[in-house]
Write a protein that binds this ligand. Sequence first.
Ligand SMILES: Cc1ncc(COP(=O)(O)O)c(C=O)c1O
Ligand SMILES: N[C@@H](CCOP(=O)(O)O)C(=O)O
Length: 481
Amino acid sequence: MRYISTRHGSQGTPAPLGFEDIMLAGLARDGGLYLPAEWPQFSKAEIAAMQGLGYTELAFRVMRPFVGDSFDEATFRRLIGEAYASFETPEVAPLKPLGDSGLHLLELFHGPTLAFKDVALQLLGRMLDQTLTARGQHATIVGATSGDTGSAAIEAVRDRKTIDIFMLFPKGRVSEVQRRQMTTVLAANVHNIAVQGTFDDCQDLAKACFNDLAFRDRHALTAVNSINFARVMAQIVYYFWAALKLGAPERPVAFSVPSGNFGNVYAGYAAKQMGLPISHFVVGANSNDILARFFESGTMKTSEVVPTLSPSMDIQISSNFERLLFDLYDRNGVALAEAMTSFRSTGTLEVGGNVLAGVRELFDAGRLDDAGTLAAMADCLKRYGETIDPHTAVGYALAQQHRRDTAIPMVVLATAHPAKFPDAVEKATGQRPRLPARLADLLERTERSDGLRNDVEALKSMIDERREMAAAPASRSKVRP
Ligand SMILES: Cc1ncc(COP(=O)(O)O)c(C=O)c1O
Ligand SMILES: N[C@@H](CCOP(=O)(O)O)C(=O)O
C-alpha cells in the first residue's frame, strides 16, 4: 500500500510513501494529509466471510492491507490484541438497539479514557513505540485537543521512552473531567499546554510546527490527531463491526456521526470506498455548524467558534474535510492545494452544483443547539432507558430527522461516556453519571499544565527547551512542580 498527500504535485511530486513513513510523519510535508493512493477493496464474499469474527480478528483483517509489511503478521496481531485488551469489554464496541426503532447505539467509549479516541489511539501509541524502538529513534508528538484526543493520546504514550507528547488544549473550553484526564498525568514525557484560544487556534499552532520543516526535523515531529491516517485506519474497523452485526453485506446500513474534525465520519466514508454497503451518513454538528452549512449550500465559510454543551465538537476548521475535498476535486492535489490556501486566507471555499449534488447523495447534515441537545438526552433516557453524552445526543437527534428509509438500520456513534460531561447530563436528565471506579478520585488528583499565549514561536521555544532539558543527563526522571 502506498500513500499520497491530498496536495501531491503542489510542491513537486514526492515518491508515494509506505505506512510506517506516513504514520511517523503525521502531516505531509506539503501541508496536505496522507491517504492511500487506492483504497483496499473487499468483495461481498470477503465481507460475508467476516461475519461473526471477534473485534480483534476483524481489526486485523480490515487494517492488514493498510499496513502492508510495516509489521509482520505476529507483531501486528499482538499490537491489536494489547490495544483492545485495555478496553472494559471484550466486545470493544457494543452495539445496542434502541427498542424497535431501527436505531442502534454503537458504544465507542469503553476504552481507558472513555471516548471513541481510545479505539485508534491505543493502537497508534503501540505502533509508534514499536516502530521507534525498532529504529532506535525518538519522536515528539505535537497535538491539539478539544477534550478527548488529548487524554486518549496521553494515556496511550505515557511513560514511553521513545516519545514525548505536547498536547495543546483551549483554556477553559474543555470539561473539568476532560481537563483532569490530561493534566493529572504527571509522567515526565507528558506536557499539557493550556492555550489562550479556541481548539482551531490549537490545531493551527500544531500544524504550524509541522510546516516549519527545520523544527519538524529537529524534533522528529509526529501527530496523534486524525491528520495522521493511522487514526482513520483504526476507526474504519468499527464501521465494519457494526454493519456486519446488522446484516452487511446483504443489507445496507446508515450511520449518524456527531462531527467536529470530520475524522470519524471520514473513516466511515473510507469503509464505504472499501466495499461496505453504507447507504448514507448523517453529519451532526452543534451550533458550530460549518459542516452542516457546507452540505446545505456547497459553501464552506468560517465563523466564530461558540462554546456549547458538546465542547469536543466546538470546531470550525475540520481538518479531515480536506480528505473528502480531495475526492471532490477529482484527486487533483494541485487544485486542492490552491483551494486550501485560498480558504485559509479568505475563510471561504465553494464547490460547484454538480459536486454538491453528488456529495449530498451520500451525506445528510444538520445542527442541534444546546436546548436540542438537552432535550435529546432527556428523550433517549425516557424512551429507551439509555443515558447518552451531549455529543452522542447530537447524533441521536439528527439520526431521527434524517432517516431516509426506515427499513435500513441506522447506527448512532456513541462517542463519549456520559460521565465525561456530568453537568450537562444532570441538567438534561436529573441524574449525575458516575465515573468508573478507576477514575473515581480524578477530581482530587494533582494537576500539572503550562499556560501559553496563541503564539507559535512561544510554543516552539517551549518544545525546544523541554527537549533540551530531557536530553540533559538525569533530568528525565524528575517531575516538574
Ligand atoms: C466525544 C466526541 N464526539 C465527537 C467528536 C467529533 O469527531 P470528529 O472530530 O472525528 O468529527 C469528538 C472529537 O473529535 C469527540 O471527542
Ligand atoms: N474532538 C477532538 C478534536 C481533535 O480531533 P482529532 O480526531 O483530529 O484528534 C478532541 O476531542 O480533541
